[in-house]
Design a protein around this ligand. Structure first.
Ligand SMILES: [Fe+2]
Length: 248
């Protein structure tokens, strides 16, 4: 009705079935340790929503960032155990694992150089992110460390970095080097603004996406995704050879 009121044509595509993606590998569901879920109730509600979408497994990835979130594997894995206990009490059967979203700062390079074991998922994948605003220096050094230690790096939400907006050349170049590109669903929905939406569409058009994820911090993110399951780009995205199901 609102669509007609505002003269918008409703798309004819069917509601996309998210179970096709199988695994979500970027989210913030461990309560109270980063800017994601702030309570166990919120976490359980989000996990129940993921289960209702048909996901089989969630790899949740709290921030590790020296300025704001000084999480350690012990904090993250301890939090994971508490969530698993609560899931049992609520009869949730979706599988839950934890890794991390490593922010590229000097502490990440130090960890790599000192061969500190990073939190990984699947076949040695490591999720990492850059500053949104300015291009970090020493990207080559970071990639060298990851790749020479046989990690499989996954760059979080490529489409959101201001310093690459308007071009996906670097996604292509970095993929050729062995970096996996992860995109957020809600970038396609305009949740992060029109420029990010355009960049996400370009990534899909150029087939430069390896993983797609919710990057869910709160229930809103899942509700927005649910409202956009008829969009043409989500269908287009699902036709790409994504690696999500390799994590099953
Ligand atoms: Fe994230």
């Amino acid at each position: 009705m609102f669509g007609r009121l505002f003269g918008r044509k409703q798309p004819d595509l069917p509601q996309f079935d998210l179970s096709k993606f199988g695994v979500d590998m970027h989210s913030h569901l461990i309560p109270g340790i980063d800017d994601g879920s702030q309570s166990m109730d919120e976490t359980i509600a989000m996990l129940a929503k993921f289960e209702s979408f048909g996901y089989k497994k969630i790899v949740t990835t709290p921030h590790i960032m020296s300025d704001y979130y000084r999480n350690t594997p012990e904090i993250i894995l301890g939090g994971l155990e508490k969530v698993k206990v609560a899931m049992k009490e609520h009869n949730l059967s979706i599988e839950l694992e934890a890794a991390a979203e490593y922010y590229f700062d000097e502490t990440l390079l130090k960890k790599l150089e000192e061969k500190e074991k990073l939190l990984t998922f699947g076949d040695n994948y490591v999720l990492f992110e850059f500053s949104f605003h300015s291009e970090p220096s020493q990207i080559d050094r970071l990639y060298f460390e990851f790749l020479s230690q046989n990690y499989k790096p996954v760059l979080a939400h490529f489409e959101r970095y201001a310093f690459t907006l308007g071009s996906v050349d670097r996604a292509a170049q970095w993929r050729d080097m062995g970096i996996n590109i992860q995109m957020n669903f809600n970038s396609l929905n305009g949740h992060y603004g029109p420029e990010v939406k355009k960049q996400a569409q370009l990534l899909v058009d150029e087939k430069l996406v390896d993983f797609v994820a919710t990057d869910c911090h709160r229930m809103d993110h899942l509700m927005i995704l649910e409202l956009n399951l008829r969009s043409s780009y989500i269908h287009k995205l699902a036709d790409l050879p994504l690696k999500n199901t390799l994590l099953l």
